[in-house]
Design a binder for this molecule. Sequence first.
Ligand SMILES: CCCCCCCC/C=C\CCCC(=O)SCCNC(=O)CCNC(=O)[C@H](O)C(C)(C)COP(=O)(O)OP(=O)(O)OC[C@H]1O[C@@H](n2cnc3c(N)ncnc32)[C@H](O)[C@@H]1OP(=O)(O)O
Ligand SMILES: Cc1cc2nc3c(=O)[nH]c(=O)nc-3n(C[C@H](O)[C@H](O)[C@H](O)COP(=O)(O)OP(=O)(O)OC[C@H]3O[C@@H](n4cnc5c(N)ncnc54)[C@H](O)[C@@H]3O)c2cc1C
Length: 666
Amino acid sequence: MEGGGVDHLAEERQKSRFDVDEMKIVWAGSRHAFEVSDRVARLVASDPAFRKDNRNLLSRKELFKNTLRKAAYAWKRIMELRLTEEEAAKLRFFIDEPAYTDLHWGMFVPAIKGQGTEEQQQKWLPLAYKMQIIGCYAQTELGHGSNVQGLETTATFDPQTDEFIINSPTLTSSKWWPGGLGKVSTHAVAYARLIVNGQDHGVHGFIVQLRSLDDHMPLPGITVGDIGMKFGSGAYNTMDNGVLRFDHVRIPRNQMLMRVLQVTREGKVVQSDVPRQLIYGTMVYVRQTIVSDASSALSRAVCIATRYSAVRRQFGSQKGGPETQVIDYKTQQSRLFPLLASAYAFRFVGEWLKWLYTDVTQRLQANDFSTLPEAHACTAGLKSLTTSATADAIEECRKLCGGHGYLTSSGLPELFAVYIPACTYEGDNTVLLLQVARFLMKTVSQLGSGKQPVGSTAYMSRAEHLMQCRCSAQRVEDWLKPDVVLEAFEARALRMSVACAQNLSKFSNPEEGFAELSADLAEAAIAHCQLIVVSKFVEKLQQDIPGQGVKQQLQTLCFVYSLHLLHKHQGDFLSTGCITPKQASLANEQLRSLYSQVRPNAIALVDAFNYTDHYLGSVLGRYDGNVYPTLYEDAWKDPLNDSVVPDGYHEYLRPVLKQQLRNARL
Ligand SMILES: CCCCCCCC/C=C\CCCC(=O)SCCNC(=O)CCNC(=O)[C@H](O)C(C)(C)COP(=O)(O)OP(=O)(O)OC[C@H]1O[C@@H](n2cnc3c(N)ncnc32)[C@H](O)[C@@H]1OP(=O)(O)O
Ligand SMILES: Cc1cc2nc3c(=O)[nH]c(=O)nc-3n(C[C@H](O)[C@H](O)[C@H](O)COP(=O)(O)OP(=O)(O)OC[C@H]3O[C@@H](n4cnc5c(N)ncnc54)[C@H](O)[C@@H]3O)c2cc1C
């Protein structure tokens, strides 16, 4: 994407055997999406106001103020350029700095849209859209995050004044973690236990004003602040994750989000025909966006590691010729190429999940709630699977870059520090897998009852076949048959779920059984989610994909993704009898051969992500591969090199050296 000087990776780019420009469109999702993304990425990269190479040198206060400046400037540009919602979201994405705006647009607005009545939406959304109010999503407390029904904040209806009294009765009920809360938000959607006439109606969302719109001071009864530094020095510390306590704060009754449950003027609690799980709807939405974000973070790390692996040479010089590019080592390929394939796999499953979410939203609007459990299970499971894999992959990419990967200028340490909380926020990944497992156990228990499993569990309708089928792969080439691969993944997923269900049935108390078997259940959930990713990749290949060689590359990546999982989880496939040891070995042979096919295309496959050098933020991942001169020059820019003799020499070094000298003379 970058223009300019000598391209050290030009030879690599010439090796590729497919149309990179067409692959860019596949990656972006459509020609329109590509054009928007490309234009906005260049806009951000070319504007010095969005520079980010100095972040690690700033103190927390400077860092935070810098983020406020960037967010304000971004908003100004969005207004001046009259950017669409899609373009504005891309702009925030390419600025690449966690900020309060993520939570305002990503959770506060969706919470009002999803849980507010028409009237409430009409009142609050225009204010939020114009940023006349800034909001956050205040659910988690000091004492409870995963267990949402364990939240302690109360919202007690006062029929005398037609208000709710929001209160934090204990230390552990303090809101803790919400992004944007600490220093910025004027409002929150705060989750609290609804108490009417002394009766507890469970957790609901309430719009609460926190700060004055005149001078930004907290309103009476509100104690609010930042929770302190997080992992890494720059990284997620641009975000003001906050603490919040309510001391009997009064809000009008109509600030309870009432799409699911209404409280009337008389204090009557009326349940609408919308299921109460819709209170969790914002989490379903955000989990879906997190899956797409996983492919972005993963592709970014892979782009850096792949380009650098082609630049870096170690050993193997023949007759004084160049040494071997580390990307040519089979071990490097077997660690790197599955990650490259995973980036594409997560992109496509993210696209599908977006479709699923749009579909369920349309159904909800028409009062059809039938696909909500499926949407919950898929978003929870895929969020868990893709974020865990991406966090591990970023660290693997750092190691793939050897020592230089540990330098901040490689871009990988910051990417890792920013990314890893994705395994925790929006639902701890293990807790989410257990939600999927519950869904699977319910589905398995209904097999044979006449109720056909649909959607992501449709494969279970072929339970009779999948429980006893034998894999037909007899030759290496058989592992390039989508049906053979899919059936192995389906059989493994079903057999693991059925084994769990059988073990569960031995317990007289199902909840005790679930707790006892939870590690096995989480593994069954992973197997199911991996099957979804594989099957969505295979489905993608059934589409018409233009461009010379593009489909062929995607086919190769699809098999790399599937067969590396099969190799990694051989234990599951073998112990469930889905494949034989001989077939496992054939699959591994095929995988090795696929790596050789990826090799000449590797650089072009990461070019297809179309990342600017600004967005990548990595000396090792530069488009032109000009790594060494840049690393060398950058080192001299470190503040420690401002003076040749360091500050502190006279106080702390000279006396030590002199002492040693004196001792030596004695
Ligand atoms: C482009 C915009 C991008 C913006 C993104 C920016 C990213 C910014 C970065 C960070 C943001 C981070 C924000 C947060 O972290 S917000 C806080 C998130 N918190 C959680 O995720 C908490 C996790 N816990 C839960 O989700 C649940 O409480 C639970 C674990 C699922 C609850 O378990 P429990 O067993 O107690 O179940 P319940 O009794 O509450 O409910 C049981 C039934 O409800 C069904 N269910 C559960 N969750 C959902 C859901 N989300 N949707 C639909 N249905 C749901 C469950 O399956 C049960 O159903 P059943 O039919 O079996 O009764
Ligand atoms: C960077 C960041 C941003 C955040 N932003 C927000 C925000 O904007 N708004 C907001 O409301 N919250 C936010 N959160 C909070 C976040 O949603 C919670 O931290 C998350 O849901 C995990 O909950 P927890 O902290 O209670 O973990 P815990 O539930 O205490 O998890 C601790 C351990 O216990 C295990 N565990 C817990 N329950 C079970 C179980 N039933 N079975 C088996 N194992 C279990 C977990 O797997 C984990 O290993 C944010 C958190 C972070 C880190």
